[in-house]
Design a protein around this ligand. Sequence first.
Ligand code: NAD
Length: 297
Amino acid sequence: MKIGFVGLGIMGKPMARNLLKAGHDLFVYDINPESVSALVGDGAKACASGKDAAANGEVTITMLPDGPDVEAAVLGAGGVLEGAAARSVIVDMSSISPIVAQKIGAACAEQGVDFLDAPVSGGEPKAVDGTLAIMVGGKQETFETVVPLFKSLGSSATLTGPVGAGNVTKLANQIMVACNIAAMGEALVLATKAGLDPDVVFQAVKGGLAGSTVLNAKAPMAISRNFKPGFRIKLHQKDLRNALLAAESLKVSLPFTGMVQQILISLMNEGKGDLDHSAIVNFIEDMAGVEIKKPEV
Ligand code: NAD
């Protein structure tokens, strides 16, 4: 297939590489020219704009930070929608507000272009392996057109409802991940301050009910004091903000999400917005005056 790809950051770059490996023709654009050059080295063709990338693609994928970025890149001047042919498909795989996804979907429909919102979970390692979990909103027939591409990017792709449903599902995912990391932080701070080795505690609990993919990925990072992103604090703050806005419009209380959101804002004010979200534990460590690491002998 001929595929336009816009947004070649931590996630977009390995995803685009997996599509190249699967034999597709890729037309790539990013506002950062270095990211474009890296993909051209792998066999992609450089484009001067989102419009240019979409003009070449039967399907155009966007992988950008937040809703305003996707609006600018798809609906703005020189954007993807200007280049997209009628009956081509735009797939936004960024994590954005479901309301913004619906707005973009409606603008695409007016021009006869099909739209899916298809955010992902699994982070950079699964983007590299091509084993992301993909959560999709849109029409069944559009979904089926794009399933072969999803198979190169993920180990699962689930249609959860109409446009916007992909991002509602992703917000549910992000609530579970954020609250899990915060709970892990409290648990390991307590164990460390009680004089235990947090790695031994992690090994002891990981096979039981408290074990999780989040724990397996994030406990070793905290214990080794490696907070290199991965998934940035500021992006998770964006997701919880979108979750709280959606919750407000639906009159749903999310007290735990609200609490972790306050922690994320505090960490951003400390200059930690670009650290991995495992650094949520830093807030809990600071309150206890202890770091989650092996005791010194
Ligand atoms: P990133 O900041 O590393 O990459 C974003 C890229 O978009 C950058 O290369 C940037 O230059 C480019 N960009 C921004 N505005 C643009 C525009 N108008 N036109 C063209 N390019 C533009 O972000 P990321 O970590 O790759 O995340 C992308 C999306 O995926 C976010 O919505 C994030 O929440 C989601 N996500 C990230 C992870 C993760 O672990 N990093 C996991 C799951 C989902």
